[in-house]
Design a protein around this ligand. Structure first.
Ligand code: ZN
Length: 247
């Protein structure tokens, strides 16, 4: 069995496997998108007793980098440019963690991607990687912070991946754009831009019911869902973050 998924999801599955609630034996575990930190990487390796391969990708350019045996991600720099930058999009030095990273694709002709803000924090290795690969080596801290945590009705904390909210709201018709902001540990503020001509009251009722059902299914039933009157907002880099956890 080949297990491939977002690192945050693999990490949650590793927790289930270690707790004995999941029993699978993958031959290889492949992490897509944001990658895992060293500690979670080791934990996933021992939970599944399988090699865990880091890859770094995104919807805009599937493969950005691949992991080597020394734990670094080597950028496919013959196909794309990754620029680690600070919050004002000025380059950050190798060895220093960036605020975000900009992607330029060198291989897409029909839809060019130029300095697209991926929203990931990356660190570029200042020296050569001991594995001998000459391509630039990076570590990605990724979007792990986007996991939402809520008090569980039985005590403790439940964590929900952003994809659960995204999939749910994408399944409701008449939503053009949405954003969920966790304004307190037990409050979700929902910003929605509806399509033209949509019945906004009926849409909001559907959104509130679906979100309440999702939270209830995860045991987080003390969370209030509030309707925002402002539209979804862009980050300074121009990206819409779909889910913004309480910090
Ligand atoms: Zn390497």
């Amino acid at each position: 069995m080949f297990l491939s998924g977002y690192a945050t999801v693999i990490s949650l599955l590793a927790g289930e496997q270690l707790a004995g609630r999941l029993r699978i034996a993958p031959a290889v575990v492949s992490l897509v998108a944001e990658g895992l930190g060293d500690r979670d990487h080791r934990r996933s390796r021992s939970a599944f007793r399988a090699p865990v391969v880091n890859t770094y990708g995104c919807n805009e350019s599937l493969a950005l980098a691949y992991g080597c045996a020394f734990g670094w991600l080597h950028v496919h720099s013959d196909w794309l440019i990754l620029e680690p930058v600070d919050a004002d999009h000025r380059p950050t030095s190798p060895g220093q963690e960036s605020f975000t990273v900009l992607l330029t694709s060198l291989c897409r002709w029909a839809q060019p991607i130029l300095r697209y803000d991926l929203g990931d924090r990356v660190l570029l290795r200042p020296d050569a990687c001991p594995c001998g690969d000459p391509l630039p080596s990076t570590k990605v801290r990724g979007r792990v912070a986007d996991l939402l945590s809520f008090p569980h009705r039985g005590g403790g904390t439940v964590r929900i991946v952003p994809m659960a909210f995204e999939a749910l709201l994408e399944s409701i018709p008449d939503i053009d754009l949405f954003q969920i902001v966790q304004t307190s540990p037990t409050t979700l503020r929902v910003r929605i831009r509806s399509t033209t001509g949509a019945d906004r009251e009926r849409l909001w009722t559907a959104v509130r019911q679906e979100l309440a059902a999702l939270l209830d299914a995860h045991g987080a039933d003390q969370v209030s869902v509030e309707r925002a009157h402002e539209p979804p907002e862009q980050s300074p880099g121009g990206k819409y973050r779909v889910v913004m956890p309480h910090s």
